[in-house]
Design a binder for this molecule. Structure first.
Ligand code: LM2
Ligand code: CA
Length: 467
């Protein structure tokens, strides 16, 4: 089974999008460990192209040049130091892995680790890959050679996605090179992988690769989650990948946006008839690095640009019991191509921390917002429990998680009710406000729940939590 994230039953990972390795390491030590995060998804750590038109976009990292671990994020030594320091505080690293393809057709030059490459000749000596390692036109049923028909799996998987040179994962040599890359990461302490563009690879090929990857040094199979954008709009469906780990559930991004905009929709978050992944395979998030900027489908979704809605969306996601959760941590952008905040030489700027705990230098750090960070503790505490005492009316939602926690949220920012919590009698305090609010549960499980406009529009408390 590829669904164990190897983080001692913690439940939430954060994508520190485009952070450099030294900053990720610092964040593990100063924040993520204490806040009980399971781990971090890091941007692709392997050698990639250097794009100068536009100047150093974020997406240059989705055009690999080799599997040498030297990227815009840092050197291999820095990567190794990060993985070790994070692991030492109980936070695992998950590598965003781009193995469907190499650089885009027509790109020629030197990658971030110094390897020469020539995509037009299918020549990537840093691996090495040559022409026979790539898909050929006879396997791709599209007129122009590019992916252009999502109703045909052969087109989706054997053609070139936005002109990116498409590897042929049915070849033993290609499988070996990709597995070697994963093994190298595992040797350095990595616990798992996000597989980019899994939809564009055959599940049998992906399985052959995963099955030859080594166990973690501490035992067990690495964690895998697959990027499969299935919005009921094509031939490739998420359930084809269930044997391979978790699958991204992009319909949840729409669902949570509907819910925040109209609380009534919260009654209907997981819709099997839409083909949504079952709760034990769904990998869920409010937004990701693509759809927050209109790439990879985009659509109607909520991002940090509307902070109040975003906090409600993430808080609900972490309180609810659907799927394995990832939270996004972004940088501010106007241009959808723009890479991370950068210095004059285009290296990523340091992530600075302000006195109030927010980030500086252009980093958003949604994962540090109280309704995000503190709900991680909630989700860990209630893992494995069912939803009880569901109430959704009057733009107010509240529910218990088994007999371990209780969550309430008010769209209009105010709520004042006596509610059954199902929890043992006692004094509790609200995690979201860092215990600024207290809640008393009486002998019959009832509590007076108050939300008012002076604070965040939600509260949450757990058995055996802070008091
Ligand atoms: C993904 N998942 O399946 C990533 O999450 C997504 O961010 C990647 O696209 C995509 N797959 C390929 O890894 C991004 C970005 C694209 C960008 C590619 C490659 O969304 O816009 O394409 O990375 O860097 C860019 C140009 C595109 C050009 C292509 C090839 O935007 O116009 O196509 O490079 O040179 C001619
Ligand atoms: Ca492919």
């Amino acid at each position: 089974d590829y669904r164990d994230p190897h983080c001692k039953n913690k439940q939430v990972i954060v994508h520190l999008f485009e952070w450099k390795w030294s900053d990720v390491a610092d964040e593990c030590e100063r924040f993520l460990g204490k806040k009980q995060f399971c781990g971090v998804q890091v941007s692709p750590p392997n050698e990639h192209v250097v794009v100068t038109q536009p100047m150093r976009p974020w997406w240059e990292r989705y055009q690999p040049v080799s599997y040498k671990l030297h990227s815009r994020g840092g050197t291999e030594a820095e990567f190794k130091d990060m993985v070790t320091r994070c692991k030492n505080v109980g936070v695992r690293v998950y590598v965003d892995s781009v193995v469907n393809h190499m650089a885009g057709l027509g790109r020629i030059g030197t990658g971030t680790a110094g390897s020469h490459f020539n995509s037009s000749d299918y020549d990537f000596p840093g691996v090495p890959y040559t022409r026979p390692n790539f898909n050929t036109r006879d396997k791709c049923p599209s007129g122009g050679g590019g992916v252009d028909n999502y109703s045909d799996p052969k087109n989706v998987r054997n053609c070139f996605l936005v002109g990116l040179t498409d590897l042929d994962q049915s070849k033993e040599y290609v499988r070996d090179k990709i597995a070697e890359f994963f093994d190298h990461c595992i040797d350095l302490g990595v616990a798992g992988f996000r597989i980019d563009a899994s939809k564009h690879m055959w599940p049998d090929d992906v399985k052959a690769i995963q099955d030859r990857v080594k166990d973690l040094p501490e035992g067990g199979r690495p964690f895998f989650y697959h990027e499969v954008i299935d919005q009921n709009d094509g031939a490739v469906r998420v359930n084809e990948y269930y044997d391979l780990g978790y699958v991204t559930e992009f319909r949840y991004c729409q669902k949570i946006a509907y819910g925040v905009h109209n609380f009534g929709e919260f009654n209907n978050m997981y819709v099997p008839s839409w083909g949504m992944a079952d709760p034990s395979h769904a990998f869920v998030f409010v937004d990701n690095h693509d759809n927050q900027r209109g790439h990879g489908g985009g659509g109607n979704l909520i991002t940090h640009k509307t902070p109040r809605d975003y906090k409600m969306a993430v808080a609900f996601t972490l309180a609810y019991n659907y799927g394995f959760t990832r939270v996004m941590s972004s940088y501010y952008f106007e241009n959808t191509d723009a890479g991370p905040p950068h210095n004059a030489d285009y290296s990523a700027k340091d992530v600075t921390i302000n006195a109030d705990g927010s980030c500086g230098n252009g980093w958003v750090c949604e994962h540090r917002w109280n309704p995000v960070a503190n709900m991680v503790v909630f989700r860990n505490a209630v893992a494995g429990t069912d939803i009880k005492h569901w109430r959704n009316e009057n733009d107010e939602i509240s529910f218990a998680r088994g007999q371990k926690g209780f969550f309430a949220m008010a769209k209009q920012g105010h709520m004042d009710r006596n509610l059954q919590t199902g929890l043992p009698a006692g004094e509790y305090c609200d995690l979201v406000s860092d215990c600024m609010k207290k809640i008393t549960v009486d002998g019959s499980g009832n509590a007076h729940i108050v939300i008012d406009n002076s604070a965040e529009p939600m509260l949450a408390f757990i058995v055996d939590g802070p008091t």
